[in-house]
Design a protein around this ligand. Structure first.
Ligand SMILES: [Mn+2]
Length: 430
């Protein structure tokens, strides 16, 4: 039995006050879904098994390049972050793993493992960092890392990724995610083809160091920190990388890393079809890579992404097993509250996508009935699945209302007594 951080009495008391209403809501929704030929318990079972990883860096308050405004009781180190992740896990029961970023989270791997297993947490993908310079680092990544013109700098970046794999092996991680900031700010600054060739060569060395049961995820991003071109610009480039590297290399889709209005759900479908979808970094955006909370701006888009995922899941697409992770920056909210609600939003999109009448949809598609086809999706999206999500949490030992239980516990105020606020004078990191 793993330890819990929030007292069970507080969660039980809050649940007790809400359980009767939830049961009524669940049974009423069950009746309505039954009329549509859907068994509510089947959907709830699937939701209970659905998991999304928490990025360690999401537990701290984020910032922008203008400023970072620290919050009270922010985690001081990875061990505090693990405790915050344990709270998120306890109340939502949707986030069994933590994703580490090296060197930000560097610590004795055995100690890390022990700290996480205390709360029943596991480790998701390892994330390398060659987009900033670590303290005492020999060669700078100012002008790139894996695609750098200088061979010694590329070698250092490769070694760092291999070190991330080594740490991950001890932790029980099964994947490495590589995102680089390499690119250019001026036309002519780099030779596109040569830079990409250097990147591919470096990635091949990292891939060669990958254990047999690991996956390698590469993450594309259209712009930022480089503002004219980036080496891993878009999903097409990412697909080429995964194809070049081999069977254990996959594309990671961060929802914020595309141009505005890009049809991300179609990209997802393409990557599934050609067996190169590795997983997701969920977040939301209005203008660019805003890193806002998942589902906070365009929940319909999140639903449409899950519509593709559920379509693949139900059709038994070969080797289909995408990783789910949140990747967002919390500048004005308590990160724990944002992460809990974002995990729930991702679950919600999944539950709604499970409600799509796929037989009807296919018939409308074949009959070129555009209006009814889209209405079929809308019928699923319009369904308020909150009772399913809440019942899944209650069944698995979580909180019916995670934020209410979290606030009732006064967790943030308690940890603020031990964790002094760290002023953020410079630009914040996500
Ligand atoms: Mn990301």
């Amino acid at each position: 039995m793993s330890e819990t951080i929030i007292s069970a009495d507080i969660v039980d008391k809050d649940n007790a006050a809400r359980a009767a209403d939830l049961k009524r809501d669940y049974s009423s929704l069950g009746e309505r879904l039954d009329r549509r030929g859907i068994a509510i318990d089947t959907i709830r079972d699937k939701v209970e098994k659905f998991a999304v990883a928490i990025p360690s860096w999401g537990a701290g308050t984020g910032g922008t390049r203008f400023a970072r405004f620290p919050g009270a009781g922010e985690p001081r180190d990875i061990f505090d972050k693990i405790e915050d992740c344990a709270v998120i896990r306890q109340l939502t029961q949707a986030t069994p793993t933590v994703s580490l970023h090296i060197p930000w989270d560097k610590a004795d791997p055995n100690r890390l493992k022990q700290a996480a297993s205390r709360f029943g947490l596991g480790f998701d993908a390892m994330n390398s960092n060659t987009f900033s310079d670590a303290r005492d680092q020999k060669l700078s990544y100012k002008f790139g890392s894996l695609s750098h013109a200088d061979a010694a700098t590329r070698r250092q970046a490769v070694e760092h990724n291999l070190e991330c794999i080594e740490i991950g092996k001890t932790l029980g991680s099964k994947a490495l995610t590589v995102w680089i900031g390499d690119g250019s700010n001026f036309p002519g600054q780099v030779n596109f083809a040569k830079a990409f060739e250097r990147y591919l060569d470096a990635m091949k060395e990292i891939y060669a160091g990958l254990p047999d049961d690991w996956k390698l995820f590469t993450e594309h991003k259209m712009y930022e920190p480089a503002f004219y071109s980036t080496v891993v610009q878009d999903w097409g480039t990412n697909y080429i990388i995964a194809k070049e590297l081999g069977d254990r290399a996959f594309c990671l889709v961060d929802l914020g890393h595309h141009a505005p209005n890009v049809n991300i759900e179609m990209i997802v479908s393409r990557l599934i079809q050609f067996k190169k979808l590795g997983g997701f970094h969920f977040n939301d955006s209005k203008y660019g890579d805003d890193d806002l909370d998942a589902g906070s701006i365009d929940p319909y888009r999140l639903f449409l992404v899950f519509n593709e995922l559920v379509d693949a899941e139900l059709s038994g697409a070969e080797g289909f097993d995408p990783a789910h992770m949140l990747d967002q920056s919390h500048n004005v909210t308590d990160p724990i509250e944002s992460l809990m609600l974002s995990a729930v939003e991702v679950q919600r999109a999944y539950a709604q996508a499970l409600l799509v009448d796929r037989q009807a949809l296919e018939a409308y598609q074949d009959a070129n009935d555009a209006l009814m086809a889209t209405q079929t999706l809308k019928a699923a999206y319009r369904t308020d699945v909150e009772p399913i999500l809440a019942m899944a949490r209650l069944n698995t030992g979580g909180a019916i209302d995670p934020v209410a239980a979290y606030r009732a516990a006064g967790y943030r105020a308690k940890v603020a007594e031990e964790r002094p606020a760290v002023a953020g004078g410079s630009g914040g990191i996500v």
